[in-house]
Design a protein around this ligand. Sequence first.
Ligand SMILES: [Cu+2]
Length: 180
Amino acid sequence: MTKKLFAVVTLMLAGFTMAGLVQAQAEEKAATLKIEKPWTRVTPPGAKVAAGFVTITNTGSEADRLVGATASLSKHVEVHEMSMKDGVMRMQEVADGIEIAPGATVVLKPGGYHMMFMELSASPKVGEPVKGTLKFAKAGELPVVFAVAPLGAKSINGGGKMTDSQKKDEMDHGSHHMKH
Ligand SMILES: [Cu+2]
């Protein structure tokens, strides 16, 4: 082996080792986030967006942030927040993501924080889980599979009947995003 080739091989090995270390660190951080019950639900006819929900627990000692997500049937996913303002339910994009403090559990659920699957290529169907990822500031991109609940479901465990006001929420939700 020539000296030059030896140097190249050494550099390559060093590169692999570095990549391995970075990978190991990413896995270690990912392991401190417990991701439970990723789910979405069937959308009203004609809807261009779907909402995604998940429960995230930070078992580590450092805060992390949910900064984005992907879903196979959506062109891009935004992180949204719903809030009451002047007696009207509104939603807006959470620009810098959702913080998950050490020891905290953050629940994305109907009426609160949620992911918004924008520009749907197809509507979610019950029995056809949606593949995607959650993107964290520190832990990076973690794969998830969103289970699909029926139209108007308030949780992944049970659908239940929608009240009229919930139906209205659903429609407001849809119309808000149609303007995008
Ligand atoms: Cu939204």
